[in-house]
Design a protein around this ligand. Structure first.
Ligand code: HEM
Ligand code: HEM
Ligand SMILES: [Fe+2]
Length: 461
């Protein structure tokens, strides 16, 4: 496996930054888990640790997707990237801005006054979950993303070779960029603020990002199994079309209890219940393609691709649909049931997606024909088993919480600090298992293709 265009190598810069942030995210997640049992643990309080955990997650996934796109676009357009220096500049700008934002959060954790508003603007943290980055960073992010999109579109224009895959990918990325904007202005009304905030959060993960996932799934299946482009693209259009049809109005499942009109109970309930359908079609697509193939060119790549499709359906689809009807959500809203779903959905849909893209494209970038894949499988099982158990423990904690708090009327802190304690202990233990998996993956990332082969790579299945 080798790359066709030298400039595709730029993907590696983005991957490296992404996997390092992944490690930070997991370490910080374990600190957060320990703070559930021992709130005084660590110099930074839970609020800062939690922001670091989820912001690192969002940023590394976005950086990983950018890297993947820089690989896919030249490949599909059959030309070099329009401007490598621009991509490099945009990469370093992202690294520097992210580091500055992280240092800002840490500084604010040690000295909370540092975030006091200056002319009505909080300089270090805006306080909106997942997109806490301050205004100056928002502007830098927008500039960086615009440069990124410009670079990709100009590349396509060089040869005017539009493929369904790369067109869908860039379409998803454009919606992603546009959907960042509603999170950038303040309103005094909390209802309106939440209303727009969900445009970013929901329309990202259940709209734009799933469109990107659909396009990358098609790309990965094509690359690893050699299946015909027409076939994967046909299914990609159906998947992506259904994602938009169900996902856009599915936003109503966040508008049940925030002060928005009651018709959202119906719209949200109906459309979001249908959201698992395209995700199930993706699983079927992955299995059908795999079964029909005789020659697999990159087994770990295909393995991660199929795993991504399965866990996207389980985490987002199943763990989403169980609490999406207003009749259920009335009881589970904002409990550990939500947290359980948040973990499995992000892991299945996007962590495995970026990892799959790394395994599909990195061997070519490093110019290796064969690589030792044992660490890829090891890390997969450590990560997946640990995550499944984290999610089961937290789902248990959520069930206890719903019953005791919402049905029996017990106090939040009483349930958290006594009745749910064992769940927190187990979550922290499985968290360490997850860290081991992440560690194996990061080592594998740096070593892939750089050590002598020990085991032959099977080419048929
Ligand atoms: C890959 C896609 C998805 C990701 C990454 C994801 C992630 C999340 C996260 C992190 C939250 C918590 C937000 C918060 O902080 O309050 C959330 C909430 C929610 N998600 Fe998803 N989700 C996905 C897809 C879905 C799907 C397909 C459904 C329904 C079928 C769904 C149903 C819900 C519901 C109902 C809530 C609100 C929970 C509450 O009321 O507390 N999600 N999701
Ligand atoms: C790639 C793996 C992970 C992903 C995708 C992830 C994702 C998330 C998300 C989306 C949230 C916000 C959830 C919500 O508000 O509903 C969150 C919170 C949290 N995560 Fe993770 N996480 C991961 C790994 C871990 C690990 C290994 C641990 C440690 C055991 C951990 C511990 C926590 C804790 C304690 C919170 C705060 C929960 C709360 O406020 O109730 N996470 N994580
Ligand atoms: Fe949603």
């Amino acid at each position: 496996m080798t790359i066709k265009h030298e400039s595709q190598k730029i993907a590696q810069n983005f991957y490296t930054f992404a996997v390092l942030l992944f490690l930070v995210q997991v370490v910080v997640g374990i600190i957060a888990a320990v703070q559930f049992m021992w709130p005084e643990f660590f110099i930074l309080n839970f609020n800062i640790i939690r922001s670091l955990h989820i912001n690192a997650l969002v940023v590394w996934l976005l950086v990983g997707m950018m890297g993947a796109t820089y690989y896919v676009v030249p490949e599909e357009s059959e030309t070099e990237l329009w401007s490598v220096p621009l991509a490099k500049f945009q990469f370093w700008a992202t690294v520097i801005a992210t580091t500055a934002v992280v240092l800002g959060y840490i500084w604010m954790g040690i000295n909370p006054q540092a975030n006091n508003a200056i002319m009505g603007i909080n300089p270090l943290n805006e306080g909106r979950e997942y997109i806490e980055a301050p205004r100056w960073a928002d502007i830098l992010i927008v500039v960086s993303v615009l440069l990124f999109l410009l670079n990709c579109v100009m590349t396509v224009l060089k040869t005017k070779k539009w493929t369904g895959i790369q067109g869908t990918l860039l379409g998803g990325l454009t919606i992603l960029a546009l959907m960042y904007l509603p999170g950038m202005f303040y309103t005094k009304s909390m209802v309106k603020d939440q209303y727009w905030w969900w445009w970013v959060v929901h329309l990202w993960v259940e709209g734009a990002w799933e469109v990107i996932a659909g396009a990358l799934l098609a790309f990965m299946l094509m690359k690893t199994t050699g299946v015909k482009r027409e076939v994967v693209e046909k299914w990609m259009y159906i998947e992506v079309g259904l994602v938009m049809f169900t996902g856009i109005l599915g936003i109503g499942h966040h508008y049940y209890w925030i002060g928005t009109p009651s018709y959202w109970l119906w719209i949200g309930g109906i459309f979001s219940s249908l959201e698992p359908v395209p995700l199930l079609i993706m699983v079927w697509d992955a299995f059908r393609t795999t079964r029909e193939t005789r020659v697999v060119t990159n087994k770990p790549g295909l393995y991660y691709t199929v795993a991504h499709a399965i866990f996207n359906f389980v985490g987002a689809g199943l763990w989403g649909v169980i609490h999406t009807l207003p009749q259920v959500n009335k009881w589970t809203h904002g409990t550990q049931i939500t947290t359980a779903h948040g973990h499995l959905a992000f892991y299945g849909a996007y962590v495995l997606l970026v990892m799959a893209m790394i395994y599909v494209t990195l061997p070519a970038i490093r110019g290796v024909k064969e690589f030792n894949s044992s660490r890829a499988y090891q890390s997969f099982w450590w990560l997946t088993i640990s995550m499944v158990f984290i999610v089961l423990t937290i789902t248990g904690a959520g069930m206890v919480q719903v019953y005791m708090e919402r049905l029996m009327g017990l106090d939040y802190v009483a349930v958290k600090s006594t009745y749910n304690l064992w769940f927190w202990i187990f979550r922290a233990i499985f968290g360490v298992g997850f860290l081991i998996g992440a560690g194996i993956f990061v080592v594998d990332y740096f070593k892939l293709g750089k050590e002598p082969m020990t085991a032959p790579r099977p080419t048929t299945q």
